[in-house]
Structure formats: C-alpha cells, structure tokens
Design a protein around this ligand. Structure first.
Ligand SMILES: [Zn+2]
Length: 336
C-alpha cells in the first residue's frame, strides 16, 4: 500500500507502543499476583525449569524420549496446580500474560501466511488512521463529505452561453466524483477540476479523499503552494533529511490531490517542481486530482505548453460553473 515513509513509521510506532503497553501491564499484574500468592511464583519457576530440563535432556542424548515424556507429564501437572491456585484467588493464567490489542499478530504488525510474512490488518488500519490524521492537519476533511455537499445552492436556470444549468452540471459532477471514490483503484484516472472559486471543487475532492482513505488507500491532499514550498524548503535546506523526502511521499501515495494549482508563486524553480510531481505520477500510472481556479487559457499563460497539454491529455476534465455558492450560502444565512 502506498503510504509515505512518515505515515508508515508512525503506524509501526503505534503498533509497537501497543505491544509494549500490553507487556508492561501484564508484568505489573504478574508482580501484583505473585506478591499476593507467593506460591504462584514458585509454580511459574518450576514450569520454566521443566522446559530447561527438556532442552538439556535433548542435548545429553540417551533415552531422550522417555525423559521428555516424564517432563511433559510433570509440566502438565504443575500447570494444572498453578491454574487451580490462581483460580482459588480469583485469577487465571491469562491474567499473568500480555493482552495484545491484536490477537492475530500479538501487536507485532506482521503475520505468517503460507510461509510468508505479511502485514497484519491491524498495521494496515493504523496506516489508514495515521494517513487520515496527517490529511486532517491541513484541511477540514471531516467537514467535507458527499453527504453534506449541498446541491440546492446551484442555480437551475441556464445562463447564456452554457449548455445546461449549474445545478445539472454539478449534479453530474457530484455523481462522477462519487463513482470515482466508490470505484477507486491505484490505477484510477486522474481528474482535473476546473472552475472559479466557491463552486465546490475542494469540497468534492476532499469528499473523494475521505472515501478513498476509508478503503485503506494512502492519500495526500495539499495545496500547490504547500507542495512547492515544501519541495523548495527541502531542496535548499542543508539539513536535508534523506530518509523522508517530500517528493517521495508525493510519488508513493495512492492518490495525490493538488488543490489550488495556479495560486503558488511561480518561478524558474517552482514551475518545473510541480510539473515533475505531476509527470512522475502520471508516468507511473498513478492518479492525481488537480484543482484549479484558472481557465485553460490562463493555465497556458502560467505553465509550459508541455505541462498543460499533459494535464489535459491525461486527466478527465470536470468543468465547474455557476455562482459562488459561498456567497449564496451567506446570503441565505442572513435572510433566515
Ligand atoms: Zn495485528
């Protein structure tokens, strides 16, 4: 699964903390139980000693089988007495053992499957949670879902020069975005959301992000100015952290959403930087959602023809038009 190194590291850390906590809690319980029932400690030692003696018997050779059977019986008897003693005091053996959050992997994050070590579902979930939290840091993700997208604000009248009403257009775009999220895969198409501010581009792309994250994919959402400034900072910073490059994360995630393309400060460094991010993903067959307030003509003025034709050629274009719904929403709120 394509998560940034940072997300992977934080998720693994979370699982390791769970394991440590479970083992520390078990150790505390064990010590408490042993101080209450001193004989229990003796049983535990004797059971362990059976194991050690079995090991020695194997090394020594001779009549190993008979010796092992004897030790097995002894161990069984001690286990039963140990269990009975704990039960007498209202405990069980389980109380002295770590209670892992994930029983499948014992909070290691990995399980054996057909002689292979694979990532456990708990680690996958931790990566989703971490990626989601990362995304939330930069955007009001929780506020932007398909459910709370309000189509009613869009006009049902057809303005001159437009093939249909803003309402019909946005209804179609809304449905397309929902289908996109429902059917998302690592090889989904890229989208270009184009249109003036306040028409719901950010809302719908975050709604897609929400759904895609829920499916367990790694998503990065960032505005073009943020992407450019992070790459720039990394590029010009001497204390560059090699193991965690921003460009790696942007390349590795399953879905990259670049919001507000065209609002970043453009110079000889930034324009190629953003093109490279887009281009390397497209070349690897990985989807990008690009949002921009600029028209195609304006994009052509800001970026190279190569960049613009690559976006237009690779991404499915969604044309947002109509009146700024934030103005309409504010007006409606005032009138209520
Ligand atoms: Zn697990």
């Amino acid at each position: 699964m394509g998560y940034s190194k940072k997300v992977r590291r934080e998720a693994i850390q979370l699982i390791q903390e769970r394991k440590l906590n479970a083992e520390r809690d078990a150790e505390n319980r064990r010590q408490r139980i042993f101080s209450e029932i001193p004989d229990a400690r003796r049983y535990e030692r004797e059971i362990a000693s059976c194991g050690i003696r079995a090991g020695r018997a194997v090394l020594k050779g001779g009549n190993v089988r008979e010796e092992l059977l004897k030790l097995k019986d002894e161990s069984k008897r001690l286990q039963a007495e140990y269990e009975a003693l704990l039960n007498e005091h209202g405990y069980s053996v389980r109380d002295t053992e770590p209670q892992y959050t994930c029983e499948k992997c014992g909070d290691t994050g990995y399980v054996e499957l057909d002689n292979r070590t694979v990532v456990c579902s708990c680690l996958k979930n931790a990566m989703v949670e971490t990626a989601c939290r990362e995304l939330n840091k930069r955007s009001p993700l929780s506020l932007c879902t398909f459910e709370d997208f309000k189509l009613d604000y869009y006009s049902k009248e057809i303005s001159e020069g437009y093939p249909r009403s803003a309402y019909d257009q946005l209804s179609a775009i809304y449905q397309r975005c929902k289908d996109y999220a429902d059917n998302f895969s690592k090889y989904s198409k890229s989208l270009l959301m184009i249109g003036k501010t306040g028409l719901g581009k950010t809302h719908l792309s975050l709604a897609i992000a929400n759904e895609v994250i829920k499916k367990g994919y790694g998503v990065i959402y960032a505005s073009a100015p943020t992407i450019v400034s992070q790459i720039e900072k990394e590029h010009f910073s001497r204390a560059r952290n090699d193991e965690e490059s921003v460009e790696d994360s942007l390349q590795e995630c399953d879905l990259l959403i670049i919001d507000d393309l065209g609002t970043e400060f453009n110079n000889k460094f930034t324009t190629p930087a953003i093109y490279n991010v887009f281009n390397s993903r497209i070349s690897a067959g990985k989807p990008v959602i690009v949002n921009t307030n600029l028209s195609i003509r304006e994009l052509n003025e800001v970026y190279s023809e190569r960049f613009v034709s690559r976006i237009i050629g690779e991404a499915e274009r969604l044309n947002f038009f109509g009146d700024d719904i934030r103005v309409l929403m504010a007006r409606k709120a005032r009138n209520n």
